[in-house]
Design a protein around this ligand. Sequence first.
Ligand code: RIB
Length: 308
Amino acid sequence: MLKTKKIIVLGSCNTDMLVHTHRLPAPGETIMGGDFIMTPGGKGANQAVAASRLGGEVTFITKIGNDIFGRQSLEVFKRENINTNFIFSDAEHPSGVALITVDKDAENCIVVAPGANKTLSKEDIDQCREIIESATILLMQLEIPIETVEYAAKIAYNAGVKVILNPAPASFLSTRLLQNIHILIPNIIEAEVISGVKISDGETAKKAADIIHQKGVGTIIITLGKFGVLLKEKGGYYNIPIESKIKAVDTTGAGDTFCGAICVGILEGMSMVESVGFANTAAGISVTRAGAQLSIPYRKEVETAKKS
Ligand code: RIB
């Protein structure tokens, strides 16, 4: 089969309801916040938009509800030059929604009501088999059923497609799934859940990466927040720092921007270290702006930031 330079993103599509507050509320507490912002989101959708804005040729596989949020999302993807031929619609469940609070330190708290996302099934994936098998990269996250992720990973892996998983939200992963993943991109919490290692410094991060590697994943990229990124590949470890002078206002969607950017870097023939550097720059721009999809930079902005 002819291989193209295509990225398939398989995952969730949400509408984000976001409020900035001084601090995150405690259980049982009501606090006053700033203005309400409603924006397109969902880890899958954000990653698809990031990969497209940064220069990738993207097909997005997701499921929306038959409602205003779903229709708005579809329009967004079309405007973003994303192939929408494999966006399924669910007549019974509403589109996904995420309730997000962001504090003064740019940290967030997210609750997702998955709606139609949770009905994206193996049968839906069967309808996408050909396009998945003809792609270069399949990028996924965990806001859709895990059986669907496992099924798609197996199809793609067997077809020689590079399979990349951002295991968010954090979840234990079967060896069966990990063995079909080429590149895993967890944050600290996700790496701890998958490896069973508490990460407190560079050494424990390496230990977590080693254990994930032993479970079958070739390349592990642990995002360590302000401590940068630990990359483990081909037996070597690389610590790639982030720009320390950035003034973050909202980290929502930064991880998604990073994942989309990694795919573009790989497709353009960058080394893994270069791809992580490119992704760090893109994610670094996204945290300076509010919202998930709203904050994702275009390629030109990343190139300008790299030069400065
Ligand atoms: O990663 C950020 C995203 O997580 C938000 O856009 C929200 O929809 C949730 O999926």
